[in-house]
Design a protein around this ligand. Structure first.
Ligand SMILES: O=P(O)(O)OC[C@H]1O[C@H](O)[C@H](O)[C@@H](O)[C@@H]1O
Length: 286
C-alpha cells in the first residue's frame, strides 16, 4: 500500500504521511527531507515542532529532525548547517509493510549546491516506523570524480513535557566541546540534568559517542537513543534568553524540547569517488 503525499500542509509544504499497520505514524516534509512528526503505536507525539516555524523555500524548519549536511553549524564557509535542510528533496518511495512503514527521500547535487559546494553527491534519507520505534538513516554517495569531506547530523528535536524533569544518561567519561563557553571539558557524571536544576543554554558536542546508547528520561517516559555510523552526539537547548531571540520559536518553546543529535563533526567524513557512507539514529519509546 502506498502512503499519500498530501499537498499544502503548513504553507504549501509537501508532506508524506506514513502509517504503520499498528497505528505508528510519521510525517515527513519534502522541504529539507525533514521528519516533522513521530507518533509511536498507542503513544503521543515524540518530536517537538515549533508552532512558529516558517515553512518557506530556502528557510529551515524549526523542530522535527533537520538533516545537517555537508557542514555542521558555522564550522566552515557554507551557510550555517549546510544546505540539505533548506532544499526540496524528492520522494523515492513510501510504503506500508507487515509491521512497519517506510519512506525514502533523495537529494542530489544541483546547480544551486555546486555553486557553493563543488561536488557531486546523492543523499538518501530513509524513515522507518513501527511499534514504538523509529529509524532514521542517512546515506551519502560520492557520485563524482573527486573526493570530498563533510560533517553531518540528524538534528532531532525531542518533545519534553517539562525540561526541569528531564535527564540524559550515557555520556559519562566523554570529552565534549561546550559551544556556549567555547571550551572543551569532560563529562564526569553519567547523568546530565537539564532545566532550571541543571544546565540551561546547553550546546555541547560530545565526541566519540559511537554506538553508546543514550537514555532520555522524564517522569513517566523513557526514550532510548541509539546511533550507528555517526561518531558524535550534540545536545542542544537554547534556554530562555537565546530562545527569546529566535524568531521561529515561541518564548517558552525551550522548556518543551531537547535536541539529541546524532552527528559526525570532530572527524569529517571523507568519501573517495564512488564511495558511500551510512549513518543511523534509532529511537525507541520504552
Ligand atoms: O538555529 P539553527 O541554525 O537551526 O541552529 C540550532 C542549533 O543547532 C546545533 O544544535 C548547534 O550546536 C547550536 O549551536 C545551534 O544553535
Amino acid at each position: 500500500m502506498t502512503a499519500t503525499t498530501s499537498p499544502a500542509r503548513p504553507q504549501g509544504t509537501d508532506v508524506v504521511e506514513l502509517i504503520a499497520p499498528d497505528g505508528a505514524a510519521a510525517a515527513i516534509s519534502l522541504h529539507g527531507g525533514h521528519l516533522l512528526s513521530w507518533k509511536p503505536a498507542g503513544a503521543a507525539e515524540q518530536l517537538y515542532l515549533s508552532p512558529r516555524s516558517e515553512f518557506a523555500p530556502g528557510k529551515a524548519i524549526r523542530g522535527g529532525v533537520p538533516v545537517i549536511f555537508p557542514q555542521f553549524s558555522d564550522r566552515g564557509t557554507l551557510p550555517r548547517h549546510g544546505f540539505a535542510r533548506t532544499l526540496p528533496w524528492e520522494l523515492v518511495s513510501s510504503e506500508q509493510g507487515k509491521g512497519d512503514a517506510l519512506a525514502v527521500l533523495r537529494l542530489r547535487d544541483s546547480d544551486a549546491t555546486r555553486a557553493i559546494w563543488p561536488h557531486a553527491f546523492e543523499l538518501e534519507l530513509s524513515v522507518r516506523i513501527g511499534g514504538r520505534e523509529l529509524d532514521i538513516e542517512l546515506a551519502c554517495e560520492n557520485t563524482g570524480e573527486t573526493r570530498f569531506q563533510f560533517t553531518t547530523a540528524l538534528h532531532t528535536y525531542l518533545r519534553v513535557a517539562d525540561l526541569d524533569a528531564v535527564s540524559v544518561e550515557g555520556l559519562s567519561g566523554l570529552r565534549y566541546f561546550d559551544s556556549v563557553k567555547q571550551a572543551e571539558a569532560l563529562q564526569r557524571m553519567d547523568l546530565l540534568l537539564t532545566g532550571e536544576k541543571g544546565v540551561l543554554d546547553l550546546d555541547r558536542i560530545y565526541f566519540g559517542v559511537k554506538e553508546r546508547p543514550l537514555l532520555l528520561a522524564e517522569d513517566r517516559r523513557q526514550v532510548v537513543i541509539r546511533q550507528l555510523g555517526f561518531e558524535d552526539a550534540v545536545l542542544w537547548n537554547p534556554g530562555p534568553e537565546r530562545c527569546a531571540k529566535l524568531a521561529d520559536m515561541p518564548p517558552e518553546g525551550w522548556s518543551e524540547m531537547l535536541c539529541v543529535e546524532a552527528a559526525s563533526i570532530g572527524r569529517p567524513i571523507e568519501l573517495q569517488a564512488g564511495e558511500s557512507w551510512v549513518g543511523r539514529q534509532s529511537l525507541a519509546l520504552l
